[in-house]
Design a protein around this ligand. Structure first.
Ligand SMILES: Nc1nc2c(ncn2[C@@H]2O[C@H](COP(=O)(O)OP(=O)(O)OP(=O)(O)O)[C@@H](O)[C@H]2O)c(=O)[nH]1
Ligand SMILES: [Mg+2]
Length: 187
């Protein structure tokens, strides 16, 4: 394996690695999204609420991603900041049907944006307005208005409506993130 990796790297075939942190409130669908993006052989059959965090891997056409799948439960949210420094991009997942907690998600987003390890960096942020299949789900435009995402001027951002069960919207999102990252990653 080592030999083939070295050979692939030497031939310029090995994909560059991007670290992304996947955050958002508990129950928004972070782990379900990552499970859908993972290759068939490493998919989990049942997703349970994340304790602490898990490290997951997935690939796109141009990059290999290492994703820190953080728990969104209140008691674990203080772990998020420990991974900000080493991440190249952020995936922020919203449950678009959870109107009551949209303000909590907004507070978490503002804390992220004002964090010392984030504030001065041009990190791309991909938002998934997830659970678009639910009848009372808000549109991605409405979600971005509620979070005042358009106020983010110093970082590229993009919002996609998604359904983590069918995978709808996920490819569009990760393709956008790949385009943002492939030019800035050197490793
Ligand atoms: N209807 C619907 N349900 C979803 C969708 N995505 C995830 N779910 C469900 O939402 C619940 C929570 O999903 P998780 O992926 O565990 O959420 P999480 O954000 O990782 O939660 P924590 O690990 O606790 O932070 C599960 O029952 C999922 O099946 C979606 O797009 N549509
Ligand atoms: Mg989870």
């Amino acid at each position: 394996m080592g030999f083939f990796n070295t050979l692939a790297q030497w031939l310029g075939m090995k994909k560059k690695n991007a670290n992304v942190i996947v955050i958002g409130l508990d129950n928004s669908g972070k782990s379900t999204i990552l499970n859908k993006l993972k290759p068939e052989e490493s998919k989990r059959h049942d997703i349970v609420p994340t304790i602490g965090f898990n490290v997951e891997k997935f690939m796109t056409k141009a990059l290999s991603f290492t994703a820190f799948d953080m728990s969104g439960q209140g008691r674990y949210r203080n772990l998020w900041e420990h991974y900000y420094r080493e991440c190249h991009g952020i995936i922020f997942v919203l449950d678009s049907s959870d109107k009551i907690r949209m303000s909590v998600a907004k507070d978490e987003l503002n804390m992220l944006l004002n964090h010392a390890d984030i504030v001065s960096r041009r990190l791309p942020i991909l938002f998934f307005a997830n659970k678009m299949d639910l009848r009372d789900a808000l549109s991605s435009v409405k979600c971005s208005n509620m979070l005042e995402v358009e106020k983010i001027r110093d970082k590229p951002w993009h919002i996609c409506a998604s359904n983590a069960h069918t995978g709808e919207g996920l490819e569009e999102g990760v393709n956008w993130l790949t385009d943002q990252l492939k030019v800035v990653i050197n490793q």
